[in-house]
Write a protein that binds this ligand. Structure first.
Ligand code: AP5
Length: 229
C-alpha cells in the first residue's frame, strides 16, 4: 500500500501559483519535505546566483531589485537544467514558476517529455492587505533560507535562525515600493495563468489566508488525493 502511494506520488508535478507573499515558499519547503520530492524555487535559484556573483546573477539582480520578471529564456534554461538532476526523478514542487504564458506552455511540453500527466496546480488566494504585512515583516535565514516573520513567525532568538544560528536578512525586494510593483507585475503577467490552468492542469483554489499549519493540511489533502476531485 505504501509502495503504491509512493509510486502515485512519484508522478506528481505540483505548481504553487499565487502572488508575492501568498506563502508559496513556506508551504513548498514543508510539503516537498513531507512528500520527499524536490522543491524548486526559481526565486531562490536567482538569489543564489546573485549571491555567488555569476553571470546569470549579474543579469538578474537589477531586474529583481525593480520587482520585474527575469526574461523567459533565462528562467526556462535554468529550470530545464534543474529538472534533469536526479532529485527531480520522483516528482517536484514548483514555487514561483511558471509566471508567464510562454513559461507555462514550455513547461507543459517538458512535462510530456518527462512522462508526467497534467500538473496539480494550487492557486494560493490571500487578500492584498495581508500580503503587504507578510512581505514587509518577512525575514530569511542567510544560511538555509528558512522563512520567518518578525511578528507572526519569529525566531526564538531575535535576528538568528532557530536551525543553524544564521543571520536573518530582509530581502531587497521586500520594501513597500517594490512590493507594489511586484503585485502589479503579478496581476499583469502571472494571474492569467489561473485561467490557463483551468484547462491545462488540475487547478485547486486554496484559502491561503489561514494559519500556516491549516494551509499545509489543506495542501496535503489535495496531494494525498493525487490532485483529483
Ligand atoms: P520569488 O522569490 O519567487 O518571489 P515571489 O513569487 O514574489 O514570492 P515570495 O517569495 O515573495 O512569496 P511567497 O509566496 O513564497 O511567500 P513566503 O512563503 O515567503 O521571486 C523573486 C524575484 O525573482 C521575482 O520578482 C523575479 O524578479 C524573479 N523570478 C523568480 N521566478 C521567476 C520566474 N519564473 N520568471 C521570471 N522571474 C522570476 O511568505 C511570505 C511571508 O508570509 C513570510 O514572512 C511567512 O512567514 C509569512 N507567511 C507565510 N504563510 C503564512 C500564513 N499562512 N499566515 C501568516 N503568515 C504567513
Amino acid at each position: 500500500m505504501d509502495e503504491a502511494r509512493g509510486n502515485a506520488r512519484a508522478r506528481h508535478a505540483v505548481i504553487f501559483l499565487g502572488p508575492p507573499g501568498a506563502g508559496k515558499g513556506t508551504q513548498a519547503k514543508e510539503v516537498a519535505h513531507r512528500q520527499a520530492v524536490a522543491h524548486l524555487s526559481t526565486g531562490d535559484m536567482f538569489r543564489e546566483h546573485v549571491s555567488q556573483g555569476t553571470e546569470l546573477g549579474l543579469r538578474a539582480k537589477p531586474i529583481m531589485a525593480r520587482g520585474e520578471l527575469v526574461p523567459d529564456e533565462i528562467v526556462l534554461g535554468m529550470i530545464e537544467e534543474r529538472l534533469m538532476r536526479p532529485d527531480c526523478a520522483s516528482g517536484f514542487v514548483l514555487d514561483g514558476f511558471p509566471r508567464t504564458l510562454p513559461q507555462a506552455e514550455q513547461m507543459d511540453r517538458k512535462l510530456v517529455t518527462l512522462g508526467y500527466g497534467k500538473p496539480v496546480v494550487i492557486h494560493f488566494v490571500v487578500d492584498r492587505s495581508s500580503l503587504l504585512r507578510r512581505l514587509t515583516g518577512r525575514r530569511m535565514c542567510a544560511v538555509c533560507g528558512r522563512i520567518y516573520h518578525i511578528y507572526d513567525r519569529p525566531s526564538r532568538m531575535p535576528g538568528l535562525c532557530d536551525d543553524d544560528g544564521g543571520a536573518l536578512m530582509q530581502r531587497q525586494d521586500d520594501t513597500e515600493a517594490v512590493i507594489k510593483d511586484r503585485l502589479a507585475v503579478y496581476d499583469r503577467q502571472t494571474e492569467p495563468l489561473v485561467e490557463y490552468y483551468r484547462t491545462h492542469g488540475k487547478l485547486w483554489e486554496l484559502d491561503a489566508g489561514a494559519e500556516v499549519e491549516s494551509v499545509t493540511k489543506a495542501v496535503m489533502k489535495i496531494l494525498d488525493g493525487n490532485g483529483n476531485r
